[in-house]
Design a protein around this ligand. Structure first.
Ligand code: NAD
Ligand code: WQD
Length: 341
């Protein structure tokens, strides 16, 4: 029988790509979002790409009555909980907003699930839970630390799900620690569309390449890395989406919970990414070296072996492909989802 999967934060960057991957894998998908950080145009694009009208409920995951109605209407077999605020800098300025939305939303979603007898959740965690890495590559057993309020919401979210599972073994959770998601669907119809100034490297580089911004600021070139700039594990959002399909298949197949890294295992520097983007786009990406960004670590990359072993999942796409797909999206949609059709 077809399983129904409810996605919270479904019209966001990772949610929209996962939505398509789940449809392609034969699931029935119900999307929920309050559109606080995404555009309704995503739904039109998803309809074009999938050939079916997306099942969408506009609701806030913190709203108990609304979530209860949505669950009662669609009776999901599992939930993928993407809905959260995600800007690290903003979280230090507005910690209460982050705790309320990210933790209030998670708790309310879990309470709604419990009331409706649904106890399978895939949770969007982040490599940020590793704080300042002591050893690389990062395995799931590495020390955990929150270094900003956003990171604290992810670490606390993991703790909530762990305690819930310990209290009632009917709960099954897959905690997925994403490294640095980038890229876009190869159609160029959906992709990352940050509001205001991008906080993350690739969307910033994309906007420089397309001419929306003049120059990139490279935050430090005096790190202990091969070229002095920060090294990260960039992962194609299409691979990440497939990781969610694998995690759901895992939860639906056996009564277990799991916590895994979703990364490639490869680290690339800021300047390596800039070079790859220039190659992919044929555009120059001028940059200035400026001082380090507070809170940044020198290097961060995953050991992805556990995901391979447990989920039979591994990333397929390399940095060049991530840049090519990002560029296709950016070039076709210079103003993101606000670009006139
Ligand atoms: P995104 O902002 O594009 O998507 C999140 C979606 O959640 C948005 O569409 C937003 O409107 C929605 N949302 C927020 N609060 C909500 C609420 N109270 N009720 C209903 N909807 C709400 O972000 P994303 O990059 O797709 O991230 C998805 C998840 O993955 C988040 O939990 C994020 O913390 C996590 N994550 C993201 C990254 C990254 O770099 N993109 C890395 C690690 C983890
Ligand atoms: C990557 C590299 C910067 C922008 C963040 C969150 C993390 C996770 C993913 C959600 C670093 C450098 C960046 C710029 C630059 N999100 N950089 N100029 O910091 O690894 O991770 O997003 O969970 O929690 O912290 O990603 O893309 O911001 O930075 O030089 O304009 O690019 O210093 O070395 P980061 P990023």
């Amino acid at each position: 029988m077809t399983s129904t999967i409810l996605l919270t934060g479904a019209t966001g960057y990772i949610g929209s790509h996962t939505w398509l991957a789940l449809l392609a894998a034969g699931f029935r998908v119900v999307g929920v979002d309050n559109l606080s950080n995404s555009s309704p145009e995503v739904l039109n694009r998803l309809g074009r790409l999938s050939g079916v009208t997306p099942i969408f409920e506009r609701a806030d995951v913190c709203d108990a009555a609304a979530m209860s109605t949505v669950f009662g209407r669609h009776r999901p077999d599992a939930v993928v909980h993407f809905a959260a605020f995600k800007a690290v800098g903003e979280s230090t300025a507005k910690p209460l907003d982050y705790y309320r939305n990210n933790l209030g939303g998670l708790i309310n979603t879990c309470e709604t699930m419990r009331a409706q007898g649904c106890r399978r959740m895939v949770f969007s965690s982040s490599a940020t839970v590793y704080g300042v890495p002591e050893h690389l590559p990062l395995t799931e057993g590495a020390a955990l630390a929150a270094v900003n309020p956003y990171g604290a919401t992810k670490l606390m979210g993991e703790t909530i799900l762990r305690d819930l599972g310990a209290s009632d073994h009917a709960w099954q959770t897959a905690t997925l620690r994403y490294f640095n998601p980038v890229g876009a669907h190869p159609s160029g119809l959906i992709g990352e569309d940050p509001r205001g100034t991008p906080n993350n490297l690739m969307p910033y580089v994309a906007q420089v390449a397309v001419g929306r911004r003049a120059r990139l600021q490279v935050f430090g070139n005096d790190y202990p890395t091969p070229d002095g700039t920060g090294v990260r594990d960039y992962i194609h959002v299409m691979d990440l989406a497939d990781g969610h399909v694998a995690a759901l298949n895992f939860l639906l197949a056996q009564p277990e919970s799991i916590t895994v890294n979703l990364g490639t295992g490869c680290g690339y520097s800021v300047l390596a990414l800039v070079k790859a983007y220039e190659n992919a786009s044929g555009r120059e990406v001028p940059y200035d070296i400026v001082s380090r960004r507070p809170g940044d670590v020198a290097s961060c990359y995953a050991d992805p072996a556990l995901a391979k072993e447990k989920l039979n999942w591994q990333a397929q796409f390399d940095l060049q492909r991530m840049c090519e797909d990002s560029w296709r999206w950016q070039h076709m949609n210079p103003e993101g989802f606000a670009t006139p059709a």
